[in-house]
Design a protein around this ligand. Sequence first.
Ligand code: 4AD
Ligand code: MG
Length: 462
Amino acid sequence: MLDIRELFRHAEKYADQTVEIGGWVRTIRDTKAFGFIECNDGTFFKNVQIVFAADTITNYKEVAKLGVGTAIACKGRLVLTPEARQPFEIKAEEISEVGSCPSDYPLQKKRHSLEFLRTISHLRPRTNTYSAVFRVRSAVAYAIHKYFNERGFVYVHTPLITASDCEGAGEMFQVTTLDMDNPPRTPEGAIDYSKDFFGKEANLTVSGQLEAECYALAFKKVYTFGPTFRAENSNTARHASEFWMIEPEIAFADINDDMDLAEDMVKYIIQYVLETLPEEMEFFNSFIDKGLLARLDNIVNSDFARITYTEAVDILKKSGQKFEYPVEWGIDLQSEHERYITEKVFGKPVFVTAYPKEIKAFYMRMNDDGKTVAAMDLLAPGVGEIIGGSQREERHDELVARIRELGMDPKDYWWYLDLRKFGGVSHAGYGLGFERMIMYLTGMSNIRDVLPFPRVPKWAEF
Ligand code: 4AD
Ligand code: MG
């Protein structure tokens, strides 16, 4: 059986030949003498039109009654139709039912809301929208690996079960083999994790960064690409409890090298998807987000803006806008602020650097002002923060001081501090939220629609 993708890509090669395809009925209509099936096999975004005629196939009546969703096999002659909407059709010689589909199939031909489709995550990849989303998702994953591999980065698999809290935000899912209804206790009454299979309190990783740093200081250029977990109970369109992150880490590099890499990577990904999946991108542009293609094109061809946090605060204060969350130097920028800056002021992605140390993680390099750190966030119109990164504090004593200042224990970070002690060097990295990147590329506005089986607070039953 041939893939429908192959037929669309090389229709001339198969002209007037008998081909065999398998797929699912998307629509079917018939007159008494002949009928049409739009058939999709999932390998290509478009449907193949099959024409079946009462005087050509032996089972016309049965075929005419097939329901939407039925799996069929079809043998027929491929005929080029240059004057029609579709470039070719298949004149059926044989059609057989492979898997029946009764009329309570939820995906009958009509427009379904994304909210409804979220309740059937096992069936929704069969719709046009999700077919396009998840093919883009797959292509972007490939593009990212291609990008880093072409540049000599080593792909590191950082652990999912860890004892560290990289971001220091305490948003971790705990992992334990202890019976939590009746856990072993220390003489002081605390839960005794030394009896756990892991021998200590363990959690699912919120970021692979700290471990990636170990490998960057061995390989110079590395990246991770894997799932990360956050137990933040924020029921927003941009947060998931389980999401994928890409975290490059580069040694002998500073915050500007970090931003250059991020900008180059984002542009590469956009270009790759535009070139390899034009039909899907055209679909998003027509049905999900008008103007998407023009916007992406503009982004690839312009420099991202770069401003400091202090400049961002000034812009917001002078804007005359009434924000729900008042703007003061020191606040964490909220999504309304990010949107104003990216959408109203710049109209393109914006790097914001030099954030107050109080709102950023312990490992970021202190700037000379003693108040801000060498952080960078990339904010994108429509989505907000898609990348968070920084230059890391490579100075041993400064890092110990900062760890103490935050009430943490340097002993817990002995291995991380060793990286500074033994040949420490300036290094930087960032985390790209994979789903946020997909949202940005497709115009999909809810993270639940770019994860195959979204894990969010109150997730569906499977
Ligand atoms: O800004 P974050 O928290 O940065 C880090 O974790 C660093 N350790 C990364 C690094 O420097 N190596 O997260 C990075 C990105 C965010 O910009 C956002 O795109 C995404 O991860 N992200 C989420 N995506 C979906 N759901 C969530 N709950 C997310 N939290 C962060
Ligand atoms: Mg962040």
